[in-house]
Design a protein around this ligand. Structure first.
Ligand SMILES: [Zn+2]
Length: 336
């Protein structure tokens, strides 16, 4: 019997790669073209669970990408903590306007935080997706990783500067954020069907030195891995080459990385057999602006080089052409 996409992704993650190929995106999949086809648009879809679920399914139903990702933006947790979020437009995701806390010592987790802001919307959307596709497609709830969320809450520059100069000053706040991560991750995994994506853009090798990553970020990932029940894909943007050797120590099943900064061959060399590889098609220079044929060629190359789950480098740009998403799906069919 043919395996469902859910079984395929489960197998790839549990075996940490080398167990088949699939086109499935744990990163955001909504585009303006898909919004038009299902008549469900940003920003409404950020606030209404049924619309969020419907737009998320469009990537599967219309483009053929075998997975469901919610939410579409990275501001949900920060908003629940009290950050102001600008809602954006159909082609612009919401953005976080200002930190919620002036100092690390002020940071605290608001009471009943999982009932605040759009967290309940996200949890309802996951339930809607599970009801419809929970038996056949992986549902990827996304949470923001600890160092990025701390950056959103207290200021990214301040967080990075303190991390490199006076790391003890932010340790207490980072511990609290990690505990919040663990609690929210477990809630979303239980509402979903056992998968989770942790996106931690601020942990990028462009921003954090490898020795600081090892000392101050890796232990938090390990704590999350120990306490969250589910298969976890870690996504970090940008140039993560200097961090690759440490990533298997996170214990996470897979790493989602960005091309062309990180080549599949290089990731394979370091992570092969230890983590499944997710990625890494460049969002702008390939997926958004090139032809379906170029996307097909780039996809085949990524698969040949060792990617297990073919996906964009980072979330799909909202102006990515539908034909290019379909070309990724065709590439996996052709490769098989
Ligand atoms: Zn990214």
């Amino acid at each position: 019997m043919l395996k469902s996409p859910l079984e395929k992704v489960e197998r790839i993650l549990k075996t940490r790669g080398n167990a088949g190929k699939i086109c499935s995106s744990p990163l955001q999949t909504a585009t303006v073209e898909l919004m038009g086809v299902v008549d469900t648009y940003w920003p409404d879809a950020h606030f209404d669970a049924n619309k969020m679920a419907k737009l998320s399914t469009a990537a599967y139903e219309i483009a053929g990408i075998e997975g469901l990702r919610v939410p579409f933006d990275i501001g949900i947790e920060a908003e629940a903590f009290g950050c102001e979020v600008k809602i954006g437009r159909a082609d612009i995701p919401p953005s976080i306007m200002n930190p919620a806390f002036a100092e690390f010592e002020e940071l605290h987790i608001p009471r009943s935080i999982q009932e605040k802001g759009r967290i309940p919307t996200l949890l309802r959307a996951i339930r809607v997706l599970k009801e419809k596709y929970g038996d056949i497609l992986p549902i990827y709830p996304m949470i923001i990783g600890p160092i990025s969320l701390l950056g959103f809450l207290v200021g990214i520059e301040k967080t990075l500067y303190t991390l490199s100069t006076e790391p003890d000053a932010l340790k207490g706040a980072l511990d609290q954020v990690t505990q919040f991560n663990i609690d929210l991750a477990n809630t979303t995994v239980e509402e979903g069907n056992g998968f989770l994506c942790i996106a931690d853009p601020v942990a990028s090798g462009d921003l954090v030195a490898a020795e600081h990553f090892a000392e101050h970020i890796l232990p938090h990932y390990q704590r999350i891995r120990q306490r969250v029940h589910g298969l976890i894909i870690l996504h970090i943007c940008g140039n993560t080459n200097p961090l690759l050797p440490q990533l298997p120590d996170t214990g996470f099943e897979a790493f989602s990385f960005q091309g062309p900064e990180v080549e599949v061959k290089d990731a394979k060399k370091v992570l092969g057999g230890k983590m499944a590889l997710v990625g890494n098609l460049p969002n702008e220079t390939l997926l958004r602006f090139r032809s379906p044929r170029a996307v097909m060629n780039g996809s085949i190359k990524a698969l040949e080089d060792g990617v297990d789950i073919l996906a964009p480098a980072c979330g799909f740009h909202p102006l990515t052409p539908l034909q290019n998403m379909k070309a990724m799906v065709r590439a996996v069919e052709k490769f098989a």
